[in-house]
Write a protein that binds this ligand. Structure first.
Ligand SMILES: [Zn+2]
Ligand SMILES: [Zn+2]
Ligand SMILES: [Zn+2]
Length: 175
């Protein structure tokens, strides 16, 4: 395993400290701007309004996860759905091209019925380093539970850098 180096909390070089400080200032500025403008930074919805469909920041009213990436639509309309199966247990067509229009419409009706969740200012902060609005990335659920769960609980935000760092530590790698 290559030796892992984290720039977060790493005191070894001034350059790295500088870089972290820079990131923290930028994220702080973004959050200040959001509080001032009271607008979703992704889709522009005002606080209290619904997000524009497809916005990264919209929460699913069924699982409270990120709406654009949660599996609720598949769970509701595709019986065999499971992330562990090949093609996630979905028809090939759906796996490759996404859900057809009629299913999408039914899903949207279910969302309306349940009540879509409006935008409310809510800082997304990496629980380890305090960066605001880190870029989102995908990790399989079971991996997230195994790596992040024991330390932070599963319903948290981690930046990629901290995730990679924690992963190495949890897997007992040398750092
Ligand atoms: Zn939005
Ligand atoms: Zn969901
Ligand atoms: Zn972090």
């Amino acid at each position: 395993m290559p030796k892992y180096e984290s720039s977060v909390f790493d005191n070894s070089t001034d350059g790295m400290k500088e870089q972290l400080r820079e990131q923290q200032i930028q994220s702080r500025d973004l959050f200040n701007r959001i509080c001032k403008e009271r607008q979703c930074h992704d889709c522009g919805a005002k606080e209290g309004e619904l997000h524009v469909p497809g916005c990264d920041m919209e929460t699913c009213p069924f699982c409270f996860g990120q709406l654009i990436s949660c599996g609720c639509i598949y769970e509701m309309f595709y019986e065999g759905f499971s992330r562990d199966k090949p093609l996630s247990g979905l028809p090939k067509e759906v796996y490759e091209n996404g859900v057809p229009e009629d299913v999408r419409e039914k899903w949207e009706a279910e969302l309306e019925k349940k009540g879509r969740i409006p935008y409310v200012i809510r800082p997304f902060i990496c629980v380890r380093c305090g960066i605001h609005y880190p870029d989102l990335f995908m990790v399989p659920d079971d991996e997230w539970e195994a790596i992040v769960g024991p330390i932070f609980g599963t319903n948290v935000v981690l930046c990629r850098e901290c995730y990679d760092h924690v992963k190495v530590l949890m897997e007992g790698g040398d750092t």
